[in-house]
Design a protein around this ligand. Structure first.
Ligand SMILES: *Cc1c(COP(=O)(O)O)cnc(C)c1O
Length: 373
């Protein structure tokens, strides 16, 4: 198996598989020249709501905007506290800060890498307004305890489902558990646009009305501005490609699951690697396949694999509370030991749907070669 090169993700390969459909749809959009909030956007919103088994979907400009507008629509503001997890993509926490609220972190469960449900309740104060569980890497958060705390303490649940399109908890798709759920369609996500895009899904009609205004300058009727809004719309070209790709999402997710299974099979034979654990009641959609080394040679392993032509990633190298941007909150090293420890030992391996079993075998073999050196 010489000269196998494995990128971290191969969007060109995915494009080739849907090229004719996308090209002809784009030609149609170009012919129509209706780029903002047209029929295409409305159809995608209906189709994605149906896919998530919720009543409404509101397309916005990005996953980050989905979180910001979503929190605004719930009335979260200055002086409020919002609980989330210390290991997430920075956007989850940026959004909390942008609405004026204070981010309150909870450590991860070292087995699932998601928020540790046993450590949430001690963080709830009379200022707490919401909990944002992040379904990180494509694995649903254990929602039952979160739903219990939220109803006991009268808190909103905002799902950050940016990495988990189609993932299920107890047989139900993520996106349908929170007051609202936020999705990103960043190109590399399981459902990815050809640029930035995002959406909020919900069953709450009142929230929908606020969100429709918030994303479009406070307006649903031209030049009638009811609230101070934003310019954060999902555009027609993005909606068009998302409608095409949504038809393949289940297939692509199942290809990711098949790839994860192959990795589990090969890597379980290797001593120093911990493969991802999935909750009994959860269906993981493997946006990322994250393994953890038992030793401290993670960076060395990544360099070794790079030399063999294998791309890897770290999600994420710095837990949010230790980033410079969020220094101002006042957390320090040692506050969230499980997140800090995992950040030093995790590595994300390629898991995109088009990846072949032979490539997975090659990657696994090289990991073994490295660890046995
Ligand atoms: C990608 C991502 C976001 C932000 O989405 P964008 O579309 O890039 O703005 C938010 N949260 C998580 C967990 C993400 O992975």
């Amino acid at each position: 198996m010489k000269n196998i090169k494995v990128p971290f993700i191969d969007l060109k390969l995915q494009y080739l598989s849907i090229k004719d459909e996308v090209n002809s749809k784009f030609r149609e959009v170009l012919k129509n020249q209706e780029f903002i909030l047209d029929e295409e956007v409305k159809r995608f919103e209906e189709e994605f709501a149906k896919y998530c088994k919720v009543n409404y979907c509101i397309g916005v400009a990005s996953g980050t905007d989905a979180l910001i507008l979503g929190m605004k629509s719930l009335g979260i503001t200055r002086g409020d506290e919002v609980i989330t997890v210390a290991n997430t993509f920075i956007a989850t926490v940026e959004a909390i800060t942008h609405v004026g609220a204070r981010p309150v972190f909870v450590d991860i469960d070292p087995l699932t890498y998601n928020i540790n449900p046993n450590k949430i309740e001690e963080k709830i104060t009379d200022k707490t307004k919401a909990i944002i569980p992040v379904h990180l890497y494509g694995q649903p958060t254990d929602m039952d305890p979160i739903i219990e705390f939220a109803s006991k303490h009268d808190l909103f649940i905002i799902e950050d489902a940016a990495q988990a399109h189609g993932a299920k908890y107890k047989g139900r798709k993520v996106g349908s558990f929170g007051n609202i759920a936020c999705f990103s369609f960043y190109p590399a996500k399981n459902l990815g646009a050809y640029g930035d895009a995002g959406a909020i899904v919900t069953n709450d009609e009142e929230i929908v009305e606020i969100l429709r205004k918030l994303r479009n300058h406070g307006s649903v009727k031209k030049y009638q501005h009811d609230i101070v809004g934003y310019n954060s719309r999902l555009d027609t070209l993005q909606a068009a490609v998302l409608r095409i790709k949504l038809k393949y999402l289940e297939k692509w997710n199942s290809d990711r699951q098949k790839n994860a299974k192959s990795y589990n099979e090969f890597l379980s034979k290797i001593q120093g690697v911990i493969t991802p654990k999935t909750l009994d009641d959860a269906t993981h959609v493997y946006h990322l396949y994250v393994v953890r080394l038992k030793n401290d040679r993670r960076d060395e392993l990544r360099r070794y694999l790079q030399d063999k032509g294998i791309a890897t990633g770290i999600h994420y190298p710095t837990p949010v509370h230790l980033t410079k941007a969020f220094e101002y909150i006042g957390y320090r090293e040692g506050d969230f030991p499980a997140a800090e420890e995992s950040a030093k030992k995790i590595v994300s391996l390629p898991i995109y749907p088009e990846l072949q079993r032979g490539q997975i075998e090659f990657i696994s073999q090289e990991i073994q070669n490295f660890l046995e050196r």
